[in-house]
Design a protein around this ligand. Sequence first.
Ligand code: GLC
Length: 706
Amino acid sequence: MNERQPEDPDARAREIELQMTDDERFSLLVGVLGKGDLWPLRDERIPPDVSMSAGYVPGVTRLGVPALMMSDAGLGVTNPGYRPGDSATALPAGLALASSFNPALARAAGEVIGREARSRGINVQLAGSMNLARDPRNGRNFEYLSEDPLLTGVLAAESVSGIQQQGVISTVKHFSLNCNETNRHWLDAIIDPDAHRESDLLAFEIAIERARPAAVMAAYNKVNGSYAAQNSVLLNDILKTAWGYRGWVMSDWGGTPSWECALAGLDQECGAQIDAILWGAEQFTDRLRAAYAEGRLPKERLSDMVRRILRSMFAVGIDRRGDPPEPDMDAHNKVALQIAREGTVLLKNDGTLPLASVERIAVIGGYAQVGVPTGCGSSTVVPPGGYAEVIPIGGPGLTGGTRNLYLLPSSPLEELRKQFPSAQIEFDRGLTPAEAVLVARRADAVIVFAIRVEGEGFDSADLSLPWGQDEVIAAVAAVNPNTVVVLETGNPAAMPWRDSVNAIIEAWYPGQAGSRAIAEIIAGKVNPSGRLPITFPVDLSQTPRPELPGLGEPVGTATPIDYSEGADVGYRWFARTGQRPMFPFGHGLSYTRFEYRDLVVAGGETVVAGVDVVNAGNRAGADVAQLYLIGAPGGRRLRLLGFERVDLKPGQSRRVSIEADPRLLADYADGAWRITPGSYSVAVGASAAAFAFTAEVELAGRAFGR
Ligand code: GLC
């Protein structure tokens, strides 16, 4: 690949910007949506020889500035009608990736996306989907990673780095607090600013400092009364000043409510046509030009907007790469398979799994004869060969048309038949309890697949499984003690039948190779190693907002949501309220047994812990050692301080060393991080509720950061 050597991107950006005309400057500030399922018209600003994608921004040929070709998203290169017949690797949900607790795998996922984007001429990937999973009803949690800022920030950083290493710009999104989908354009996320820094913003801060994403996408919603895209505190004070961010801030599609967003730190209006519908006009075309002509948009700010975009192009090197190699789709499928294998979580197992020497297996429900579900919205990827089936669901609002049950090919039923070639496997569609029971009662073991359609633009009304699946599961469990439930959902689910089934697997939306991974785990070919990146509550009464504000209100209703839990998201909320969840953050079972030995912890500036992880069972497997802060001066606090995934053979042990990011031991107050001097309790364990060892350390007090 004839790579040109990089020069100082900032110097090159300044040099080029100085030569640009104002028309050329303004042309970089507006991205237009291509013709596709969401926007059936071809915008004349897109040249006829340019292929369709989520966003197009013209370049400046005479100055060597390439056009920007933008595509979604964080789970693969999407194609909602832009490029007929085009497909890409459909990776598992972000929650599955996070369940692996495997940063190297997140990097590999990013590389897959980056290579497939480049091969299509895409040079901006709208990935880095990393809002905290605050609310288990949030329709987009499947795109995100976890409820914890450290796990989220570390994995998002690896994914972004994997993409950008391929010469493709990655975003991180949606900045910030896009944690519910209900009336998202009119949602006002209310949060204590310091708690915001200790939670959602901490995740972004970690990801941005580690991976330097060239672009940040502002969220649709308001934060504390001001639209994220027009929120100077968020964009100018925190992102660009306190954190020193040098890339550019783009809006979400139709997420630019005013030209004055430019004064608040927004650098580019994307999906401009949608702004014309939602806000009455495009904002960074005539309106911004007029503001500039009237002196209300300073020249220095215009230059800054342009230079941020230019320097990002050059820092990532979107103009420096030769012809991309053809992606190895088999190798990419293996990455999808590995994420599904490592991201599947064995929640409960009273002995039925792994299935061995069974003659008759009943497989029930979940369209398991067709394929596996994936989430809907802008992150939905058309897999190689196309979807196995798309079943319209529909719904209100702008994204109601994308609310479908998308089934990726290769069915769990087929894959189970491969794993159990000599067993007699019967399938029932799971439409009624009575029918399912007829098949279940004559089987040695029953595998019930349960699914839920989740996606962008809507939140689930509660945590229940739809379509009577709970009744089918309960009826089957009543006639067969070897009932295994496989959940293929984009969020935690309520499980009224959990005590009457023998085993429960959470496979999430498992991606194009997910059915194989599920079958391999059921058969014991793969030892499950996933750990929950999000707490499973028993029901919504355990959560900060049992009633979701705005749910069911007409589209356009102002929807303030008071995130009064602040930084106590997920497991921290359960610790604060003294509740016991159904399954805790970090939980996941294995077919072997792990022990922790010889914990040594040192204090001082931060906490450094060492512990031996031992495979005390009789088969190879992977564990995730987790280090938690469980006590600090001023009262109990719970915080994941670090984690490490280790693969171990039977009897093998590995010493794991974890050094805590000092911010995880600090409070954010008065514009800085502050560690209170005194005694801190830390614990190592297999979840946020299962500690093997605890230890006390002394920390010196200090203030740092901004
Ligand atoms: C969508 C999403 C955003 C996506 C963009 C382009 O509405 O909120 O994540 O990247 O628009 O499709």
